[in-house]
Every structure is written in C-alpha cells, then in structure tokens.
Write a protein that binds this ligand. Structure first.
Ligand SMILES: CC(=O)SCCNC(=O)CCNC(=O)[C@H](O)C(C)(C)COP(=O)(O)OP(=O)(O)OC[C@H]1O[C@@H](n2cnc3c(N)ncnc32)[C@H](O)[C@@H]1OP(=O)(O)O
Ligand SMILES: O=CC(=O)O
Ligand SMILES: [Mg+2]
Length: 710
C-alpha cells in the first residue's frame, strides 16, 4: 500500500485522495490533518488505557472465580467484589437525557430498524429505500403465509390468501365503522374517506386513521404514526382482479436503517475502509448508485424520492421516502493500517468517528433534495463499549470531531449498544455520560451473550446455547435496559431498541415472536432485511409503544443480582450426544461464516445450522460460538481434540454448502488454509482474545489472504 505524509501521520494515498477530493467540504486539508494529529495525540493514550482496564478487570474477575471454584455461587459476595474493583460503579442520581434536534423517526415514531453492511452498495441502497415496502410482496414471497407459491407464474390461490391476510390486518388496526376491508367495492378519498361495501357505504371507524390521498387516487392511512398506502390501480394485474382496484398495500417499514461499518462487514485495511467511507459518503450526498444484473436484466439502484400526498384539509405533505440512516462505527478496540502514526496503526474507532461525521456534513448542508436528517443531526451507533468511562471517552471523541469539523456541539448523536456486561451493569451511568447526545440504547443480545460467556469464563461451564434465551440474566438484561431508558426520560426523545431477528428466512416465526419487542416497551427492534422490516412494521400497528412505556414506568427495576448471575451448569451432566451435537453445530457455523469472511471479505452471511435452518451470522454470533466452545474446553465438557475433530468433520459439509460458488476454495481435505486455521484459533485461543472478540484473528487472517493474493 502506498502512503502519503500528512502532518505527522502517514495516510494511505487512496484514503487521503478520498478525503481531500470528495469528503472535505470547505475545510482546508492541512487544517484537517493537523486536527487529526492533535486528536490522536490527546486520545490514543486514553484509548489504550481504557483497553488495558478491560484486561485488568477481566483478570481480577478470572482470579476471583478461580479462587471460588467448586463453591456455591454467592451473588452478594460476587457483586461486592465487583464493586470493590470498580466493575460495578455507583449509579448516578436520577436524571433525564436532554437531546435536541432529533428526527421524529427516532424521537417519536416507533417502527422497525434495519441493519445493513455498508460495504455492499446494492444492499445499502436497498436498506435506505426500505422505508416503504409492499405488504403483498412480503407475504407472498415468504413463509409468513404457509407454503410457497406454486407453479411458474402468479399463484392466484396464494395471492388470495395474501389479500385476505392484509385485509384482516386492516380490519384489526384501521377498522371500518362497519363491515370489513375484505368486502370493499370502491374507495373514494378526499376531505373524508368514503368506502363502498356490497351493502352500503361506510368510512373508517376512527377518522384519525385517515391521513390523506395521493394524486393517483392512492389512500394514505396512519396508524400509531406509521403510514399505510392503499394502492389503487385497476390497470395492474392484481388491481384488475380486485373489486375496489386495490393493487397493493404498502407499509412504512424501516423508519431507520443502520449502515454498518462494524460487525456485518469485513474491512481490514485502507482499501476496504475506502469502500466503507465512499458508500456512506454517497448516501450522505444522495448520489450513491449501483448497477447490477438481476434475473438477467441490468438494473441501476438509486435512492428513492420522498413521497407526496394531500392531507384531508387539502394541505400538501412531503413525507420521507427513505429510512433515516444511522452509521455504526467500530468500537474502541481495533487499529487499522489506513493511517499510521510513528510507524504504528491508529485506532479504527477514531478514524471512523472523524471520517463518517465528515461525510455526513454533506447531508447537514443540504436544504432540499435527498436529505437524511431534516433535524440537522448525525446519528452514530457506537458498539462494544464497556462501562461509563468508555462512553465518556466516546463523548469526548465526538465532541473533538465536532470541534475539528466546525460543527455545533451535540450535532453528533450517539446510540449506545448495550452489549457488554459492564455496560448493562452500569447502564444509567453510561447514558448519563452522553446525556446530551444519547438517542438510543439497544440490547445487542448477541454480543452481550458472547461477553457474558467470556467475562464469566472461570465461573463454570456455560449452559447449552439453546437454553440461553430462557436464562435469568438475559431477562434481567432486556427488562433492565427498558427500565433504565424509561427512567432516563427516553420516551419522546430517544429509542429503546431490541435486537436482531437472526433467522432471515423464518418470517412466520418472526411474525409470531417479534411483536414481543414493542410489547416489552421497545420503540424499535432490529430486522435483517427489507422484507422483515415490512412484516415487523405490522407489529407497531398493533402496539402503541408510548402507552406500553407509560404502563411499564411503574414496575420495579429489573434485578441487578439476576443480571449478574452467570448462566453456568451446576451439578448437571451433559450427554455425549449433546456434546457432539453442540460441537458440530458451533463448528459448522464458525466455519461457514469464517471461510467467507477470510477468503472473500464477506462480513455477514446466511449460514445453515445443523438442522439446515439459515441463520444470520456476523462477528457477534461468531463471538458466541467461539466463546461457548472455548468455555466447554476450559471446563472439560469437551476436549481440544474433539473440537479439532468436529472442525474436520464439518469442513467438508461447509465446502459442499458452498459448492455452487465459483470463488470458493474448499477447506478439506488439507485443513491448513487461513480460514480453517482462523476458525480453529477462535476457539482454541478464544480465552486469550480481548473480551472474546473475534476481530483480531479475523483481521489477521483476512490481511494474510489479501497479501497472498497480491
Ligand atoms: C449482531 C449484529 O450486529 S446484527 C447486525 C448485523 N447484521 C446485519 O446487518 C444483517 C444484514 N443482513 C444481511 O446482510 C443479509 O440479509 C444476509 C447476509 C443475512 C442474507 O443475505 P442474502 O443471503 O444475500 O439474502 P437474500 O438472498 O435472502 O436476499 C437478498 C436480497 O435482499 C436484499 N437484502 C437482504 N438483506 C438486506 C439488508 N439488510 N438491507 C437491504 N437489503 C437487503 C438484497 O439487497 C437483495 O435484494 P436485491 O437482489 O434486490 O438487491
Ligand atoms: O450488535 C448486535 C448484537 O446483538 O451484538
Ligand atoms: Mg453487536
């Protein structure tokens, strides 16, 4: 890689060109680079000290559990030790966040949050455009309706089921004064909504559900703040068969979308980071586009326009056509060779902070066109922070970035991923550390599960993975997050978010289960795809989250003791069959994910588990699998040899799963490629990995593959 000297640092020539020629907006390049160096000088030592503190606390916790081996777990004694070493910190006096200029998609309206790897422009654009999605398509094309389309063309019987489902949904969430949406013969929208049924006329039971109409006759409803567009088009194939000419029902779906620079991407060097930043820049400028071949046709995807309609009082309304996008930066751990200082890599988190916010200035300076934040904010999601000092460090970092770029204080809003144990245990103090920026707390339960296993490594053998969802700590974590957000005044200002639906193909189950998120008081929850966003949107039609939050405020705060009780097996045997099954399942998913990451730079994959259920795998799910097996080896539930044997049995299976991919290199029978070795190391060296993170080994392996290819 070639570098250019800027101020006192060596910057990848490609990154410097991107920044100087395309990103910097009215900022002198020399001033920018001097500011960058000043920031490194002030913040790198603190960054390193925070990482050292993580290690120090971990060794103290390891030592405490090792010295209490074999004893019955005493939560009081454990927590008093955690207080003594500063792991549990005093809670702040009651306070409320006070955040200004927050867009309604975050502050007031509840709805789905889509996450997308920003390195993939085709997906990133699709995510931004997923603000609106077809309910008919989402039902027709997934298992949300039992079975699958039959025959080659349109399956009319399935189509009828879709229409029936969608009309029944409208009957529940936007009912007619009398009769059913299933029997509508004609719709006339104007100052009021007139609906003709077979046996007379009616209108909506609740006039507030009527939002207006579009020039083409489409009807706009609004339920719990989310728009529903009833499309009327008698010339379309579906509309022609419908008595009222209804051709589709389109839902406001992904209100927000997180463009991810972190766990769903594989960005290890300057070349990769340039792709990340260029895509994010394109989204902020509104110019990103991508051409690709789909179904034999070349298509070009761009950002969608806003949606216009007329309100019942005749006023013209312009409503966002795109999700409000947030950017997930990386955490405080990793460094990257894109910017070198004194011959050393510099923190990737600092680089993400400066560059993604600088890109967002292109949005901030717009007054029309494809704007992202109409309120004038930049939304950054900060993952993997451990405790209040690390959150305070993020506050300092983004404040320094604002100063460097000449932005008003608190332009940058922060979302805290509540996904590390020390953060959950001190969540109020974490929020307090960014109380003028904090726009979300989200239970990233996948990383959080990985951190639970890693932090409690010496407490004993962890329970089988399938039992984790029911364990007491997880319930206390999910409830505690909501309780803390409510006490900190999040209602009307910020999101209380819940985690990812990690079975992207199982939409029927998602429809059943994920309504639990708004019912638990979450005003958003993560979905893996635009289709999932549309289906999950229906949940927010049913549940008024503000009402739920108002009710929940009265309940007692979730128990800290439960939160900090480790999910270990006490006095329990695990059968040989169960061990083999767990080993094979984990090894298969580790290999299936790692091989695509290391060999092809794909950061998020759909990988079949041992029962052939397709699971979304990213660095966080990998962290769980690796730490889980590392824990079982540590406590003698299985041996290193068994792990090795399971990897070798599973590698040919993963190779077969990828047989259709021309770019794929098999791992068997040699078992000595970079990917296989990285997978093995993630388990065998798992305990030594900082906080059990997977990135150090993944980055190393990927860099070696990229180097070899050059
Ligand atoms: C623990 C955590 O940190 S969770 C957060 C990180 N995880 C994520 O961000 C998950 C994001 N999701 C994804 O990356 C993908 O959905 C995967 C990898 C799970 C599955 O990808 P695929 O196997 O390619 O999906 P599939 O073939 O079913 O669908 C592809 C289509 O859906 C679209 N799509 C799928 N996921 C997304 C998404 N998250 N955003 C936007 N579009 C998407 C694609 O654009 C594509 O449509 P197109 O052909 O019109 O472009
Ligand atoms: O980032 C999300 C998680 O679950 O981890
Ligand atoms: Mg995470």
């Amino acid at each position: 890689m070639s570098y250019v000297k800027r101020s006192e640092i060596d910057v990848s020539a490609d990154l410097a060109a991107l920044i100087e020629n395309e990103i910097l907006l009215g900022i002198d390049a020399d001033h920018f680079w001097d500011g960058y160096v000043a920031l490194l000088k002030d913040l790198v030592p603190e960054n390193r000290a925070l990482l050292a503190k993580r290690d120090e606390l971990q060794s103290q916790i390891d030592a405490w559990y090792t010295s209490h081996k074999g004893q019955t777990f005493d939560v009081e004694a454990a927590n008093s030790y955690l207080r003594e070493i500063g792991y549990i910190q005093p809670a702040p006096a009651p306070f409320e966040i006070n955040v200004e200029n927050v867009d309604p998609e975050i502050a007031t309206v509840a709805g789905p949050q889509l996450v997308v790897p920003v390195m993939n422009a085709r997906f990133a654009l699709n995510a931004a455009n997923a603000r609106w999605g077809s309910l008919y398509d989402a039902l027709y094309g997934t298992d949300a309706i039992e079975g699958a389309p039959s025959g080659k063309g349109y399956d009319a019987a399935r189509g009828a089921q879709v229409v029936a489902w969608a009309r029944a949904h409208l009957d529940q969430v936007a009912p007619l004064a009398n009769g059913s949406w299933a029997d509508v013969q004609a719709v006339e929208a104007g100052e009021t909504l007139s609906i003709t049924l077979g046996d007379g006329a009616t209108t909506l039971a609740n006039a507030d559900h009527y939002a207006g109409y579009r020039d083409n006759g489409d009807v706009m409803l609004r339920v719990n703040g989310l728009l529903i567009e009833i499309k009327i088009n008698r010339d379309s194939a579906i509309g022609a068969t419908d008595p009222a000419g209804i051709s589709d029902i389109r839902l406001e779906s992904a209100l927000t979308a997180i463009q991810d620079c972190e766990d769903s991407v594989a960005a290890v060097d300057a070349e990769d980071k340039c792709v990340v930043y260029a895509n994010w820049l394109g989204l902020m400028k509104g110019t990103l586009q991508e051409s690709f071949n789909k179904g034999g046709k070349v298509m070009t995807r761009r950002l969608n326009d806003d949606v216009t309609y007329t309100a019942p009082d005749g006023a013209g309304v312009t409503h966002p056509g795109r999700a409000l996008v947030l950017v997930r930066n990386v955490g405080h751990l990793m460094t990257n060779n894109a910017i070198m200082w004194n011959g050393e890599e510099t923190p990737e988190g600092i680089m993400d902070a400066v560059i993604t916010v600088a890109c967002a200035m292109h949005d901030l300076t717009k007054t029309d066109g494809l704007r992202n934040s109409r309120a004038g904010s930049v939304y950054v999601v900060k993952p993997k922070m451990h405790g209040p000092e690390e959150v305070a460090f993020a506050n300092t970092l983004y404040g320094r970035v604002e100063d460097m770029l000449g932005l008003p204080r608190n332009t940058v809003k922060l979302g805290i991923m509540d996904e590390e144990r020390r953060t959950s245990a001190n969540l109020a103090a974490c929020i307090n550390a960014v109380k003028t920026r904090c726009v979300f707390i989200n239970t990233g339960f996948l990383d959080r599960t990985g951190d639970e296993i890693h932090t409690m490594m010496q407490a004993g053998p962890v329970i089988p993975r399938g039992e984790m969802a029911q364990s007491a700590w997880l319930g206390a974590y999910e409830n505690g997050n909501v309780d803390t957000g409510l006490a900190a005044g999040f209602t009307g200002q910020a999101q209380i978010g819940k985690g990812m639906w990690a079975r992207p193909d199982d939409m029927a189950d998602m429809l059943q289960a994920k309504i639990g998120h708004p019912k638990a008081g979450a005003n958003t929850a993560w979905v893996p795809s635009p289709t999932a966003a549309t289906l999950h949107a229906t949940h927010y039609h049913h549940v008024n989250v503000t009402d739920v939050q108002n009710d929940l405020r009265a309940r007692p705060h979730a128990s800290l003791d439960a939160l900090l009780t480790p999910p270990v097996m006490i006095g329990r045997n695990v059968s040989d069959e169960e061990v083999t099954r767990e080993l094979e399942n984990a090894c298969q998913s580790i290999l299936g994910y790692v091989v695509r990451w290391v060999d092809q730079g794909i950061g998020c994959s759909k990988v079949p588990d041992i029962d052939d259920v397709a699971l979304m795998e990213d660095r966080a799910t990998l962290r769980i699998s690796a730490q889980y097996l590392a824990n079982w080896v540590e406590h003698g539930i299985c041996t290193k040899d068994q792990v090795e044997a399971a990897f070798r049995r599973m590698a040919p299976k993963v190779d077969a799963q990828n047989a259709g991919d021309a770019a794929y290199s098999p791992m068997a029978p040699a078992f000595d490629g970079a990917a296989f070795n990285a997978a093995r190391a993630l388990v065998i060296e798992g305990i030594a990995q900082p906080s059990g993170y997977t990135e150090p080994l993944l980055y190393k392996a990927r860099l070696s593959v990229k180097q070899a290819a050059k």
